[in-house]
Design a protein around this ligand. Sequence first.
Ligand SMILES: *[C@@H]1O[C@H](CO)[C@@H](O)[C@H](O)[C@H]1NC(C)=O
Length: 194
Amino acid sequence: MNHRSNSHLCLFVLVAASAIFLGNAQVPFPGKCPEVKIVESFDAEAYMGLWYEYAKYPFVFEFGQKCTTATYSIVDANTVSVFNAGINEISGEPKNITGEAKVIGPGQLAVAFYPGQPLTEANYLVLATDYKTYSVVYNCIEFSPLLNSKFAWILTREREPSAKTIEAAKKILEENKVSLSYLVDTTQNECSQS
Ligand SMILES: *[C@@H]1O[C@H](CO)[C@@H](O)[C@H](O)[C@H]1NC(C)=O
């Protein structure tokens, strides 16, 4: 085994280990990031406002969290403020985090929650949205040609969306060959906020 594939193996072990320790914070997959279809045009203004997280591929900030919401507001022509909130499933304590996003292409946003985090690379890809009922968001990080990690979210305008809305969103994931089997529904009941 040469040095290169050795470091790939190390990386894989590291990612797999963190996935286990962080409660499957990310879903590691073999190979490169597959091609996905992103919206061709994006109306940032229509996208603003409150979204409920219906389901997601597990993500570290949201682990053990219910009633998760994302609220987007326009700051200027291509800057969006991001406010994510939820309730700790165990303690019942509310939790929130504020971030910033840059719209860097149609349906391609760079979202950052930590100071100094660069806002140059899209990490929030809108595969499809009708602005009024659902949005399907995706990201894939390629660690090497042998390993990638995928993130996916179904966001909905209603806390309890219709079956038709969810069907439409899941269809988008399927069309992009994003497996539905890693999607975990977010608990959206017994939320003290309205
Ligand atoms: C966000 O969380 C902080 C402390 O964790 C809290 O003081 C603040 O009220 C929360 N903001 C909202 C809008 O819920």
